[in-house]
Design a protein around this ligand. Sequence first.
Ligand code: ADP
Ligand code: GN1
Ligand code: MG
Length: 374
Amino acid sequence: MNAPFVPENDPIVAEVLTAYDFPATVLGAVRYGQGHINDTFCVVCQPQEGDAIRFILQGLSLAAFPHPEELMENFIGITSYLRKKIVENGGDPERETLSLVKTKDGKDFYTDASGKVWRLSPFIENTDCFQKATPELFEASARTFGRLQLLMSGFPAETLHETIYKFHDTENRYANFEKALAEDKMGRAKDVAAEIQFVKDRKADCSVALQALREGKLPLRVTHNDTKLNNILVDRATGEGICVIDLDTTMPGLSINDFGDSIRFGANHSAEDEKDLSKVNFDIELYEAYTRGFLEGAAGCLTENELEYLPWGARLMTLECGIRFLTDYLEGDNYFRIHYPEQNLDRTRTQFKLVKDMEEQFDAMHAVVAKYAK
Ligand code: ADP
Ligand code: GN1
Ligand code: MG
C-alpha cells in the first residue's frame, strides 16, 4: 500500500497520523482553512465502499498557546458541557459541538517530540465555513454566538484555564505595542508613523471596557473570544450556524468582546488584509443584522450595562486587533501567519479604517442596540 500523501514541508504530520487508528485507508492530509494560528489539516480516509471519511487534524501553535495541556482540559470541559446541553435541548451533539478522536493509546491528544500538541476531530460534514458575510448569514452566525452565551451561562467559569494570558486586556495590548515600538527591532517604525499615531491617540479608549469591569459594571462570563464568522460551521441544509469551532480561547471574558469581534470581522465587505482602503467600510446594516441575531440568541441573558457597552465592544475589539497586527509587524511577524511581507501592516490598516468608521457612526450604533434591546 502507498504511504498517505502528506504536505512536503510537514513531515511531522506523517508521524502524527501513525498515532491514530483510522476507520479506513488514509489517502492523505492537506492543509485546510484560513486560520492564522494553528496548523489545520484535513485527513481523508477512503473505505472500500461508500464516501470518504474526513477528519480535522490540528497542531496547536506553541507560540500562541504556551500550555496546550491546559487548553485541551478546557476543550474537553467545554465540549462535554455543551454536549449535555445540546442533548437536553433535543439537538444532535455529533453535529452541534466538536469532539475528539482518541489516539491508539487512549489519549485525547498526541504530543510530538518538540512538545507540540496535535488533536483529531471528526469532520462535521454538510456544513460550510464562510470568510465573508451576507446579511442572512451574519445574522445566523449572531444567533449562534449569542446562543453560546446563553448555553455557557451555567458553566463554572472559574474551572477554565486562561489559555492566553491577558488575551483581550486592551491596556496590556497597548503596553506591548509601546514595548515593540521602543525596541523597533526590525527598524520598521519610521515607515508606519501614521499608524503609530493612530494608536497613541486612542490610549484612553483601551481602558474603557476594563474600567467598566473593575467598577463591577460588566460581569465576567465564559466567552469564546475569537468570534469570527469563520469560526462557525453553517448547516448546508438550513443555513443556520450549527457548530461553534475554534474553542482554544474560550475562557472567562466579556460578552461585549464576543459581540465586538464578530462585528470587527464581519460588518464590512472586504478581506481583513484588503490593500485598497476605499473598499473597507463599516456596514451599519450588517451591524444591525448581527445585533438583532445576537440579542435573539442570547435571549435576555445580557445585563443592561452589557447592552449599553456593546458598541464599545465592536470599537475596542477592532482597535485591539489592529494594535496586535501592528505590534506583530514591528516585532517581525512572529505571531500571525503571513503569506507576504507586509500582510500584517495591511491587516492593521483595515482595522484602523473600520475603527474610524465606527467612531463616526457611534451614535447610530447605540441606536441600533436600543432598537433590539428588550
Ligand atoms: P484556527 O485556530 O487556525 O483558526 P480553526 O479551529 O478555526 O483553526 O479551524 C480552521 C478551519 O478548519 C475552520 O475555519 C473550518 O473551516 C475548518 N474546521 C475546523 N474544525 C472542523 C470540523 N470539526 N469540521 C469541519 N471543518 C472544520
Ligand atoms: C486569530 O486563529 P484565528 O485565525 O481564528 C487570533 C484572533 C484574531 C484573529 C484575526 C489565538 O484567529 O485573536 O482576532 O486571528 N487568534 C489568536 O483574524 O490569537
Ligand atoms: Mg479559526
